[in-house]
Every structure is written in structure tokens, then in C-alpha cells.
Design a protein. Structure first.
Length: 258
């Protein structure tokens, strides 16, 4: 049985992606920080879907975590057919006022981790006649957002990187897709420090469930779609930014996230 590696797998969209892939018969290697959540999810998945679910509890903001992941895969001779680079998070606030070290950790998880894991694991994917690489971006990748400056820039990096390597890997049997979800019913906003009632109300108007995002994502990945944007309004927003002056979209975004 071939295995899907999923980072940021313990909760939210990552957890839903793990369950969706397990329901389609993939064994799993789940990676996130909290061991108790990973253990419970693995037990649930093995009980519900009769697949094998391994897990690694690692601080993915530590660059050494990549070496530990690769070592575990090699030592256990795990046949990787799917890589889901889902791990990522945000810090909300004015760039100049926020701790730079924490911002750099976020940049590593959102960008460098994805690049390093992709580079190490693509040879495993390319062994197969058909394999899958899903990088998780955000609908905010399509524009800049004041108070989420680095987060949005990092997600734009994810989008452009994914499109480029998708082109490079044509003919190698690797389906490469970028998932760009909009507001989703997870703990994303609380973790980012976006706790004002106004922001939560604005997000709630557009929230999708993690399960619906995950199903749309894996359906699109299996169909080899380049960009997967769940939800009509999120898709419309991503397309409209090409036609509206940037100053206007930035002003609107700034108002939503004050």
C-alpha cells in the first residue's frame, strides 16, 4: 500500500485531508507538533478505514525536523506516493511591531519546509507511474493584505513555486496542484491572534468546513488541476483581483482585518 505524507496533519484542514486520503485507501504518515492529537487521529483512521497510519510529532519550525522526516521514511522503507505540504500559520499585526524571530519561524514553515520536503521526496514520487504533490496556499495569495503582510507573501510564494514545478514535472507522472482555501472553520484566526469580534464575524460569513475543503482538494488533485480554490465566492475573489486596482483591494483587505 502506498503512503501519503501530510504535514500539519493534527487538526483543521490537515486533519480533514488525512481522513479524505485514508478514505481513498492511502496509508498515512502524519506530521505535526502535538503527539496526543496525532496518536488519536491515527487510531481513529486505522479503525475507520483499515489503512496503516504512522505519525511523527515534530516542531516543524525547527529546520532539523526535515532531516528527521527523511530519516524515518528511509529507515522504515515507506513507499511515498502522495506529499501534502499543508503545514502553515499566520501572525496578525503590523510588521514593524511584531517579533522578527517569530516571523522568520513562520516563513520557514510556510515556505522553506515545503521546498525542502518537496526536493527530498520528489524522487520517491517519481518512481511511481502516477503520484501526487499538493501544496496548500491560501486565497490571500492573490493579493497583499495589510497586517498579514508576511503570511500573504509566503502564500503567494507557495502558489508561484507550485505552478513552476508543475510545469517542470510534466511527463514525469507527478500530479502537482496548489490548494488555495478561503476562510475555513478552523482555529486559524485564534492561532494568528485575530480575535476581534469584527474579524470573526466577517470570516464567518464565508467559512467552509475543513471536510468540504479537503474533499474538493483531493478531487482536484486526482484530476491534476493546477489551482484548486474551494467555494464560488473565493474563486470569484481570486479572479477579480486581476481586474481591480491593487490600491482598492488593499484598502478593502485592510478594513476587514483591522
Amino acid at each position: 500500500m502506498n503512503t501519503a505524507v501530510i504535514t500539519g496533519a493534527s487538526k483543521g484542514i490537515g486533519r480533514a485531508l488525512a481522513i479524505e486520503l485514508a478514505s481513498r485507501g492511502f496509508d498515512l504518515l502524519l506530521i505535526a507538533r502535538t503527539e496526543s492529537l496525532l496518536k488519536n487521529l491515527s487510531l481513529e483512521i486505522e479503525s475507520d478505514f483499515k489503512v496503516k497510519s504512522r505519525y511523527l510529532a515534530l516542531d516543524l519550525s525547527n529546520p532539523a525536523s526535515v532531516d528527521e522526516i527523511i530519516r524515518n521514511i528511509k529507515e522504515n522503507n515507506i513507499p511515498i506516493q502522495v506529499l501534502v505540504n499543508n503545514a502553515g500559520y499566520a501572525h496578525w499585526g503590523n510588521f514593524s511591531a511584531m517579533n522578527l524571530v517569530e516571523q522568520e519561524k513562520m516563513m520557514f514553515v510556510n515556505m522553506n519546509l515545503m521546498v525542502k520536503l518537496s526536493h527530498h521526496l520528489l524522487p520517491y514520487l517519481m518512481i511511481h507511474k502516477k503520484s501526487y504533490l499538493l501544496n496548500v496556499s491560501s486565497s490571500s495569495a492573490y493579493q497583499s493584505v495589510p497586517t498579514l503582510a508576511i503570511y500573504c507573501a509566503s502564500k503567494s510564494f507557495v502558489l508561484q513555486f507550485t505552478r513552476a514545478i508543475r510545469h517542470e514535472l510534466k511527463g514525469n507522472g507527478v500530479h502537482v496542484s496548489c490548494l488555495s482555501p478561503g476562510p475555513t472553520d478552523t482555529n486559524f484566526m485564534d492561532a494568528a491572534g485575530m480575535t476581534t469580534e469584527k474579524m470573526k464575524k466577517n470570516a464567518a460569513k464565508f467559512n467552509m468546513t475543513s471536510e468540504s475543503v479537503a474533499k474538493t482538494a483531493i478531487d482536484g488533485l486526482m484530476k491534476n488541476k493546477a489551482e484548486i480554490i474551494p467555494g464560488f465566492l473565493n474563486l470569484l475573489q481570486a479572479k477579480m483581483v486581476n481586474f481591480v486596482p491593487k490600491q482598492i483591494t488593499e484598502n478593502i483587505a485592510a478594513g476587514l482585518y483591522k
